[in-house]
Design a protein around this ligand. Structure first.
Ligand code: B12
Ligand code: SF4
Length: 505
């Protein structure tokens, strides 16, 4: 069968996994890619520019022209409305079967299945259920019995329980060929080496997923691909695309010391490229930073989130102490690895003093090249959303909006809050962004003398934040930011010269 996955804004790794499984079974798989410049659910949202560079009409036309049998949708909260609109428009001109999967259909299935745009929905891991569905559609029988599948029959919803999780040795190899036309894989190679997480923070979809998988008794939550399989992937991609930089985008680099030891000892010999990881303070209490440095680690993205211990423990469900956070950052600094710090704003119980404390704590680190501010965005069926409902911070109407994916994402201004509070927080957003280029005495002066509230009255706050970001990225030689900016420039020039490609081979 011919299957097309529409993808918006950025490479989607789940699709690369699903594609290789489907191709192995003899299906034709393609990606229809909408760069969605300046509205990419990733970073930039400038609606006026997006209107000029809009590609969605072309994507819809190309999908229709290909006459796929299946339109396969990989859905998360922020792309849900985009996906619904795309399917609606394709279905007007071409009747095909739609199959939806991903974290959004899994975490709020009742919301998703009710749409006319959804023929079949797969909860949880998609590889095997998708294959079985395609087989059953070919035979026109047996679909109703397939585990993980939801569908509508005669006005009723059939909801099949999920099957046990795959063993990590059985994870398919990724198929990156589907992105060759769109993503410069050479400059920035994205991979994940595990599923699940060592934590269950209240605001994260892993919080929902762990409970969901445990509720059905599906198997171990944290699953790490064998080190050899990960190194094999990287070696073969290095040969194929001459990749220069690896981003290991796991939730957290690893949950097992043994896995890490093996990976870090073999990586320099077998792959030997600079790499970037996602870190958690609890991982860096000992000598891990030094080992990472030796192995070629170029950047650690550290999830710190808040410097208020009560908020962290009771609201975010994170157990590390402030001392452990500081020790982790000291260890990274000592090892000489550049790092970025992720900080959440807009949290219940968070005060301005907490944000000042965070700024002061971070301002001494010279290896800090970015402080990323993430606005709290309530996600469907995670603990913090349940807690906010119980405490009356949000109501049932707000929950509907959350489940419909209609909030701002956490890179813009997240879940709704009072305009006055939002304006105040934006002041701190500016200060966090300035951290990596502001010497500690200057930052302390701004904070102690209380000069910074003038930022509150600054016009064009968002434009100022973007300007500072670009400046900081250049001054601190931030590889990721440089890559994104370069990518944007190339894509804009493609638009100017009308050389935009929307569909893979
Ligand atoms: C790697 C990653 C990224 C990468 C790559 C994106 C990607 N989706 O691959 C980058 C950096 C680009 C990214 C960006 C963003 N991300 Co992200 N990302 C992840 C991360 C850490 C891993 C995803 C992954 O590849 N896992 C490995 C694959 C194999 O497993 P999987 O995703 O679970 O997929 C399986 C099933 O879900 C299912 N499935 C998935 N799609 C489909 C489709 C069909 C048809 C079927 C049948 C099945 C199916 O089968 C898959 C294979 O088993 C997840 C957290 C997590 N652990 O899931 C967050 C996560 C998906 N990201 C998230 C968010 C919010 C974003 C951003 C919007 C954030 C932002 N503003 O920057 C952007 C969106 C950018 C964009 N336009 O796509 C959220 C989504 C929350 C939600 N409930 O909607 C997550 C869950 C993290 C979180 N906060 O909890 N992300
Ligand atoms: S450590 Fe990160 S990925 Fe893991 S549960 Fe917490 S926020 Fe989610």
């Amino acid at each position: 069968m011919k299957i097309i996955f529409p993808v918006v804004g950025a490479e989607n790794i789940s699709v690369a996994y699903l594609s290789s499984t489907l191709k192995q079974a003899g299906h034709k798989v393609m990606v229809a890619f909408d760069r969605s410049l300046f509205d990419d659910q990733q970073y930039f949202s400038v609606p006026m520019l997006n209107r000029f560079l809009n590609e969605k009409n072309k994507v819809v036309r190309e999908i229709i022209g290909q006459k796929p049998d299946i339109l396969a949708i990989s859905c998360f909260a922020d792309n849900y409305q985009w996906c619904l609109d795309l399917v609606r428009r394709v279905k007007k001109s071409h009747q095909c079967v739609t199959v939806w999967g991903g974290i959004h259909p899994t975490s709020c299935p009742e919301e998703v299945i009710q749409n006319d745009e959804v023929d079949y929905m797969i909860t949880g891991e998609g590889e095997m259920p998708f294959l079985e569905l395609l087989e059953a559609l070919g035979l026109s029988s047996g679909v109703e019995m397939i585990p993980n599948i939801w569908m509508k029959r005669n006005g009723k919803v059939i909801r099949n329980n999920p099957r046990p999780l795959m063993a990590p040795e059985d994870f398919p190899a990724v198929d990156k060929t589907i992105y060759e036309k769109f993503i410069p894989l050479k400059e920035y190679y994205l991979t994940v080496t595990s599923k699940g997480c060592i934590c269950q923070c209240s605001y994260c979809s892993q919080n929902f997923l762990k409970n969901w998988e445990a509720g059905y008794g599906l198997g171990a939550f944290l699953r790490e691909r064998p080190v050899s399989a990960v190194l094999e992937e990287l070696k073969s991609m290095k040969n194929r695309y001459a990749i220069r930089y690896v981003d290991i985008k796991n939730n957290v680099l690893s949950g097992s010391k043994q896995w890490l030891e093996e990976f870090l000892s073999r990586y320099p010999q077998e792959v030997g490229l600079p790499f970037r990881i996602m870190g958690h303070p609890l991982l860096f209490q000992q000598d891990l930073a030094e080992k990472l440095k030796k192995a070629g680690c170029h950047h650690i993205q550290m999830g710190i989130e808040s410097f208020n211990p009560q908020v962290r423990k009771n609201v975010l469900l994170r157990n590390e102490t402030n001392q452990q956070i500081i020790r982790a950052l000291d260890n990274i600094e000592k090892a000489g690895i550049n790092f970025s710090a992720d900080i959440m704003v807009g949290l219940p119980g968070e005060s301005e003093e907490d944000l000042v404390a965070a700024l002061k704590a971070l301002s001494k680190y010279r290896r800090l090249i970015r402080a990323s501010v993430f606005w709290l965005q309530y996600l469907p069926n995670v603990s913090i959303t349940r807690m906010a409902l119980a405490k009356g911070y949000i109501n049932d109407e707000n929950e509907k909006i959350i489940n419909k994916g209609l909030q701002n994402n956490y890179l813009s201004t997240g879940s709704p809050m009072e305009p006055q509070r939002m304006r105040i927080i934006k002041t701190y957003h500016i200060l966090f962004r300035l951290l990596p280029i502001t010497p500690k005495p200057v930052m302390d002066f701004l904070l102690d003398k209380k000069i910074y509230p003038i930022f509150r009255y600054m016009p064009f706050q968002v434009a100022v934040i973007i300007f500072i970001d670009v400046l900081v990225s250049i001054v601190r030689k931030d590889y990721y930011a440089k890559w994104i900016m370069g990518w944007y420039m190339k894509q804009i020039s493609r638009h100017v010269f009308r050389r935009v490609e929307s569909i893979s081979d």
